[in-house]
Design a protein around this ligand. Structure first.
Ligand SMILES: *Cc1c(COP(=O)(O)O)cnc(C)c1O
Length: 223
């Protein structure tokens, strides 16, 4: 039995009773590693680079749900549309509008999460809380024609301070709720993707519906 398969079974046993979905983050790991996880029953995989995702995808079964979780450059949007079941990392209104335009052009609906930035690090991307709330106050989502907003993705600060991490996850969860309160006609804005290898238990405490775990399943990445 492989280490990867053991890990997948471990997470399924842990998460299923809590109704939490596992996104196995396979970035920087080869298609063979994805195959091992797939054989153990995993169906949702997260990738952070368009070229890598497009290279791996044809080598693997087509009932995999691919989630895009990395910063998406505008010049890569067209290549990604139609290839993923969810883009979790929509970090600007400009990117959102482009995804919508390209989805319309391709004749499909793209499901996305809005990435919010609540962590302390400057390096992380995403909508700032006020920017995110303004988007719903101004009802800007009404102009989307081929994009379904499914919820929110976020990351906590990179720290050992448990209280800080919990506060960040609580803030992300609250933003999702505030969006729904601001725009009660918003349908299906239910997904709350937060928590990684080091902090997923805290994320689940704050209501995560999806956790994104890479290192603990596949091992360290060599960049
Ligand atoms: C890489 C990555 C993860 C996985 O992080 P691990 O610490 O390896 O579990 C989760 N979410 C995002 C957005 C990532 O880029």
């Amino acid at each position: 039995m492989s280490r990867i398969a053991d890990k997948i079974r471990h997470y399924h046993e842990l998460l299923e009773p809590q109704g939490v979905q596992l996104v196995a983050v396979s970035k920087f790991h080869p298609a063979e590693a994805v195959s091992e996880a797939y054989a153990a029953g995993q169906r949702i995989f997260g990738e952070s680079r368009v070229q890598e995702l497009l290279a791996k995808q044809p080598q693997l079964p087509d009932d995999i749900s691919w989630h895009f979780i990395g910063h998406l450059q505008t010049n890569k949007v067209r290549q990604l549309i139609g290839k993923v079941s969810l883009i979790e990392s929509v970090d600007s209104e400009k990117l959102l509008d482009l995804i919508d335009k390209e989805s319309l052009r391709a004749g499909i609906v793209t499901r996305v999460l809005l990435q919010v930035h609540v962590a302390q690090e400057e390096t992380k991307t995403g909508f700032l809380p006020e920017e995110f709330l303004d988007y719903f106050r101004q009802r800007s989502f009404e102009r989307l024609q081929a994009t379904h907003l499914c919820g929110v993705m976020g990351m906590a600060s990179n720290t050992d301070d448990t209280d800080r991490i919990l506060a960040d996850f609580a803030a992300i969860a609250q933003l999702r709720r505030q969006a729904v309160e601001t725009a009660p006609d918003l349908r299906g804005f239910d997904t709350l993707s937060m928590g990684m290898s080091g902090d997923y238990q805290l994320a689940i405490r704050e209501g995560a519906t999806h956790v994104r775990i890479g290192t603990d399943i596949f091992g360290e990445r060599t960049y």
